[in-house]
Design a protein around this ligand. Structure first.
Ligand SMILES: NC(=O)C1=CN([C@@H]2O[C@H](COP(=O)(O)OP(=O)(O)OC[C@H]3O[C@@H](n4cnc5c(N)ncnc54)[C@H](O)[C@@H]3O)[C@@H](O)[C@H]2O)C=CC1
Ligand SMILES: O=C(O)C1=N[C@H](C(=O)O)C[C@H](O)C1
Length: 250
């Protein structure tokens, strides 16, 4: 059986270097290009890459994906910074390249995907919900892509259940004290030496709280999800948003 030809973009970064090693170690894959900042994207075409794993920066991801989609190269994306406008722009370029698949995974770790799912399930049953995400101090963006997506999913579930604004009597606050407001869900970001990637979703109801917590302790936690995405993405043309769609969870 021929091996899947895979390129990694951002191959010298924290997660990109781990992904390059994981692809090299997979029996059914061949790492045909390891692309870093300043390298030419033509390497993807010259190496015959079938799937690109995109792990760069929010500033680079759109240009890289535009190149991949125009050349019919499927993409598995972990890079953060996704807005409604960016998703729509990607959808438009995918429409011009039928047959090409792109998976955007706000988080590749199975535990984080389950955290999002469980939070979405619980959201309609609790009056209050806040999210605390905790990361290593080298992280460039806040809040994390995972926390933003979790908040969106929770907010959608609350709206569908007819829940209104959360109870909160705060009238004066130091700027930032109540976190960032993502669709009505407060998200608090901690950056701390020693941490990698962690998230708590705290739900509150009458006389009780429920805390759903996930910890990624090493970048290896993301690799089963990356490899699953690489194996599946070509069979699902168009845009898939969230690894849960490849895990039969949705
Ligand atoms: N979805 C997920 O499960 C995960 C997502 N991430 C996200 O992945 C992204 C990268 O994270 P880290 O590895 O921690 O950052 P990093 O800063 O360690 O790595 C990014 C790498 O991309 C390179 N780069 C920048 N522009 C490039 C371009 N145009 N072409 C090729 N390479 C380019 C940089 O030089 C750097 O080596 C972030 O957005 C982060 O939030 C990180 C971990 C897990
Ligand atoms: O930058 C990171 O490290 C991570 N980024 C992603 C995010 O912003 O959610 C995924 C994970 O939290 C690690």
């Amino acid at each position: 059986m021929s091996k899947l030809r895979v390129a990694v973009l951002g191959a010298k970064g924290r997660i990109g270097s781990e992904a390059a090693r994981a692809v090299e170690a997979a029996d059914d894959m061949e790492l045909v290009a390891a692309v870093g900042r300043g390298d030419k994207l033509e390497a993807l075409v010259e190496s015959g890459a079938q799937v690109a794993v995109e792990l760069t920066t929010p500033a680079s991801v759109m240009g890289n994906l535009d190149f991949c989609v125009r050349h019919g190269i499927h993409a598995v994306v972990g890079t953060t910074g996704w807005t409604g406008e960016r998703l729509a722009e990607l959808g438009t370029s995918l429409a011009a390249s039928p047959g090409t698949g792109v998976l955007i995974a706000p988080n590749f770790s199975i535990g984080a995907v389950l955290t999002m799912k469980f939070s979405q399930m619980a959201a309609r049953m609790f009056e209050s919900v806040e999210i605390v995400e905790l990361h290593h101090p080298g992280k460039a963006d806040a809040p994390s892509g995972t926390a933003t997506r979790t908040a969106q999913l929770v907010a959608e579930a609350r709206a569908a259940a007819g829940l209104g604004d959360q109870p909160d009597a705060t009238r004066t606050a130091l700027e930032g004290a109540r976190g960032a407001d993502v669709d009505g869900v407060p998200v608090h970001s901690v950056r701390l030496r020693g941490l990698l990637a962690h998230q708590e979703v705290i739900l509150g109801g009458e006389g009780e709280t429920l805390t759903i917590r996930h910890d990624s302790l090493h970048h290896s936690s993301f690799m089963p999800g990356v490899l699953l995405g690489v194996r599946r993405v070509a069979s699902v043309p168009g845009l898939t948003y969230g690894l849960e769609h490849f895990l039969d969870l949705s």
